[in-house]
Design a protein around this ligand. Structure first.
Ligand code: NAD
Length: 479
């Protein structure tokens, strides 16, 4: 099985071979090497930034409809090639094809379509000032350094590229070293759709390559999707150059289930919010707070439904649950499960598993202080915690450094809205979980990050306002 791209990087409109270290890309299900890439050297990162900086002014000077047309064409190409792209995404990430067909590239295409539609509608303000007046121009930032995590590589690339490009920026994208293939496809698709050279570049490598990119003097904005420790480092580095940032980081999100909730809906959401993509989703509701009256029934129904999850070959369309992205990550997840058990949590189902697979795992009888309740695991591990009152659930849900997402299940509408208003999270769901359509803002509070992706809110993150004061009369100088 080979997924070898034409070249490892994409610089200035062309596939370009890397000149750095070897990067072996493995299919997580078998461990087989499916592509061998070469990382970018610091000189190649600089070359990509130079190409972006050179191409950006002419792109920003186009009419928005002309930029939008490129994004629309790219979305159409993605939809035409949906099956091939889903297959490549599965090889790159190990996620089941039944997921990559509906979630990854399709959501990327949604973003390209959405921002193609929105961009040309944006206008500035006219501010009357007596005889004088002022107006605003929303202008591009320049070169955007975009850095991705490994769980949704192509979606992340599209979610960053679409708003950046529509606002007239150029992008240098560095995918995660674990999943480097999708971004190269996006570069080729954008070029085919008519994007001029230099506006979307791809460099490969790990943290050092990312750091070189963030530190390039031509970069005006950094958009990172990754963990909190990486976010702190990247935010600090970006501050040196007073660069704009968007930080989409990790979480330990609460999902609060009240006694009056629909049991099956709550269980279904908890499963989706912990086991989709084998649990490798930033916004997962990994702390499931269940009110005492429903607690035992919830655990029983959960165990019953988890036992029916079909795990196996990701390319088999019946498979619902795939391997973990890498042996190293599987090892970290196993260590977290073992720590939880050592601290006294009860294993309801799942466990360490073997090889590339960690099965859907539920830990019950947990307390808030246990590491399985405090630390992001980024794997298929759900921690269930019992609670008694609404006020207690809110206080415990908020007692975390993270603030990415939260969910509430109840049939009491007033309570649902009261609780989400009190929860410290960037995105909340009521009687739903983990749905992130492009039309709504997505982002975080507290240590989980800042800035918003998707929706009209992303426009703010990829542009800046220039104010122009227009003097209409004589200058009244007191000198
Ligand atoms: P990571 O932090 O290890 O790496 C993220 C990216 O940053 C990678 O491309 C990596 O090479 C790069 N990087 C690492 N050090 C860097 C540095 N010093 N300078 C510049 N770039 C650097 O994260 P990961 O393991 O790839 O992804 C999992 C994490 O991402 C989890 O914490 C998850 O919650 C988070 N995540 C968040 C969102 C969101 O939207 N909030 C979405 C997906 C994943």
């Amino acid at each position: 099985m080979s997924a070898q791209p034409a070249a490892s990087l994409w610089i200035d409109g062309a596939p370009t071979e890397g000149q750095g270290a070897v990067l072996a890309v493995r299919y997580p299900y078998t461990g087989e090497v499916i592509a061998t890439l070469l990382e970018a050297t610091p000189a190649q990162v600089a070359q990509a930034c130079a190409a972006a900086a050179a191409a950006q002014p002419a792109w920003a000077a186009l009419r928005p409809v002309d930029r939008a047309r490129v994004l629309s064409r790219a979305a159409a190409i993605i939809r035409d090639r949906a099956e091939d792209l889903a297959r490549l995404e599965t090889l790159d990430t190990g996620k089941p094809i039944q997921e990559t067909r509906v979630a990854d590239w399709p959501s990327g295409a949604d973003a390209l379509e959405y921002f193609a539609g929105l961009g040309p509608t944006l206008t500035g303000q006219m501010i009357p000032l007596g005889d004088d007046w002022a107006y605003t121009r929303r202008e591009a930032l320049g070169v955007v350094a975009a850095i991705g995590a490994w769980n949704y590589p192509s979606q992340i690339a599209c979610w960053k590229a679409a708003p950046a490009l529509i606002m007239g920026n150029a992008v240098v994208f560095k995918p995660s070293e674990e999943t480097p293939l999708g971004a190269l496809q996006l570069a080729a698709i954008l070029a085919e759709a008519g994007l001029p050279p230099g506006l979307f570049n791809v460099v490969q490598g790990g943290g050092a390559v990312g750091a070189a990119l963030v530190g390039d003097a031509r970069v005006a904005k950094v958009s990172l999707t990754g963990s909190v420790p990486t976010g702190r480092r990247v935010y600090a580095a970006a501050a040196e150059g007073m660069r704009h940032v968007t930080m989409e980081l990790g979480g330990k999100s609460p999902l609060i289930v009240f006694d009056d909730a629909s049991l099956d809906d709550a269980v279904g959401a908890a499963m989706l919010g912990n086991f989709y993509s084998s649990g490798q989703v930033c916004s997962n509701g990994t702390r499931v707070f269940v009110q005492r009256g429903l607690h035992d029934a919830f655990l029983a129904r959960l165990a019953e439904r988890v036992s029916t999850i079909v795990s196996g070959d990701p390319l088999d369309e019946r498979t619902q649950f795939g391997p973990i992205v890498s042996p190293a990550q599987a090892g970290r997840i196993r260590a977290a499960i073992a720590a939880g058990q050592a601290e006294g949590a009860r294993l309801v189902c799942g466990g360490p598993g073997q090889g590339a697979f960690v099965p859907p795992t539920v830990l019950a009888d947990a307390t808030d202080a246990m590491t399985v309740a405090t630390d992001e695991i980024f794997g298929p591990v759900m921690t269930v915690l019992a609670f008694d009152t609404e006020a207690e659930a809110i206080a415990r849900a908020n007692a975390t450094i993270y603030g990415l997402a939260a969910g509430v299940f109840t049939r009491d509408l007033a309570r649902a809205h009261r609780v989400v208003a009190a929860l410290q999270a960037g995105t909340c769901w009521i009687n739903a979980y983990n749905l992130t359509p492009v039309e709504m803002p997505f982002g975080a509070t507290k240590m989980s990050g800042l800035g918003r992706e998707n929706s009209a809110a992303a426009i703010e993150a990829y542009s800046q306002v220039k104010t122009v004061y227009v003097g209409m009369g004589a200058v009244d100088a007191p000198y």
